[in-house]
Design a binder for this molecule. Structure first.
Ligand code: PHE
Length: 394
């Protein structure tokens, strides 16, 4: 591990240290001369970090976003910013917040990336963002929607909407379109995203005249939801809002139907995975979720992206994670060009000035809180597909 100079000192002693320190200083000089920062030299590839869950219980999140980023880099590198190709260094955090911190530590100190893309899940972004902030390495999360994430500091950005909006979209949909008066909420206490949406949905639903009649919780990794579903059943809701990730949501849906609960389940972007249906079978037929993009859109940005993604990844239709990863990488490349270099402060400012960027997931303008103000789509599940219902503007 090169990240702690003190441990080097202990390991190699004073003589070795003085050699290494002078090497470090030299490298530092080179960076400054190039307007460097991020530890990169002024020639050769520009290193960009990525961290995500590639092997854990939300592995489709990490894989999809990584694929979206890889596709973007392939396109970017045909005409690279500053004439230097972007090189991606990926870290698997296995979906664990503590591993996310370790991964970002490695990316920022050992690999010396100029910026970090990730995480997608809010709890993992929250765990690792302080490391980027302290290292002054800009981090762009493609998909973390919990409001706290970008509050970590001025180096932390997102290119997606936030959950006070997403929660209100589904609450209004339940009240207005489904005419629901009574809602239950089944949420994950271990997941910041889920906790946030539970609160934001409730605020809008009750403000709109609805009543939240039951709100039991579970913990990520649980596999039996019978007790919570039984409590919910007794409370006689019209809908159940389940702001969780696809692995648990699939099981919850199947167990709800097994208990004879037939009312619609509603959710958010965390449902979006081709694996949702492995757990759910057909238990989510006719249910609704909010999301960042619809593959059915005929916008040229969307259709060009889908065609390129399918060509690169064996005909697969990209999910929202892939689209957001793609947009995040393109926005970073655009900011590097506008910054005219990789100096971390200049890069931070250039990312923050992103304005009217026409992404796959919509027009992206970052506000002074480093969030994007974007529309959401409501999707309905039919077979094993998400079908477009409507677009909701902020
Ligand atoms: N918004 C989720 C979070 O903050 C992550 C997510 C985004 C999941 C998009 C699926 C699709 O944790």
């Amino acid at each position: 591990m090169q990240r702690n100079p003190l441990s080097r000192l202990a390991l190699f002693g004073t003589v070795a240290c003085s050699v290494m320190c002078s090497l470090t200083l030299l490298a530092g000089c080179g960076d400054k001369g190039a307007g460097g920062g991020g530890g990169a030299s002024d020639t050769g590839p520009i290193k960009v970090g990525f961290y995500g869950d590639l092997t854990g219980s939300t592995a489709t999140f990490g894989k999809s976003s990584q694929e979206g980023i890889e596709l973007a880099l392939e396109e970017i590198n045909k005409q690279p910013p500053l004439g230097r190709p972007l090189e991606l260094i990926s870290e698997d955090d296995q979906g664990k917040p503590q591993n996310a911190t370790t991964a970002v530590n490695k990316l920022t100190s050992q690999d010396q990336v100029v910026a970090v893309l990730g995480e997608v899940a809010s709890s993992r972004s929250l765990a690792a963002a302080p490391t980027c902030q302290n290292a002054k390495i800009p981090m762009i999360t493609p998909a973390s929607t919990n409001p706290e994430v970008t509050r970590v500091g001025d180096y932390i950005f997102r290119i997606c909407f936030i959950d006070p909006f997403q929660g209100s979209v589904m609450a209004k949909f339940a009240l207005g379109t489904l005419k629901a008066k009574r809602a239950a909420i089944l949420w994950d206490v271990k997941n910041d995203y889920s906790k946030g949406l539970q609160q934001f949905f409730k605020e809008t639903f009750t403000a709109g005249g609805g009543q939240v009649v039951s709100e039991p919780s579970f913990s990520e990794g649980d596999t039996n939801f019978d007790a919570q579903l039984n409590t919910i059943k007794q409370a006689k809701p019209d809908v159940i809002f389940v702001p969780g990730y696809y692995t648990e949501v699939g099981t919850i849906a199947r167990q709800a139907r097994d208990q004879g609960i037939t009312i619609p389940l509603l959710g958010g972007d965390g449902w979006d995975s081709p694996k949702l249906f492995e757990g759910a079978g057909n238990a989510l037929e006719g249910c609704y979720m909010s999301n960042h993009y619809s593959a059915e859109s005929d916008a040229p940005e969307v259709q060009t992206f889908i065609a390129a993604y399918k060509a690169k990844f064996g005909g697969k239709v990209p999910d929202a994670m892939a689209a957001l990863g793609f947009d995040a990488a393109k926005i970073l490349a655009d900011a590097i060009t506008r910054a005219g270099g990789t100096d971390s402060e200049k890069l931070r400012d250039a990312i923050g000035q992103t304005k009217d960027y026409s992404g796959v997931t919509g027009k992206i303008t970052l506000d002074d809180k480093r969030n994007a103000n974007k529309a959401a789509v409501v999707m309905r599940i039919k077979g094993k597909e998400f079908k477009y219902v409507e677009t909701v503007n902020p």
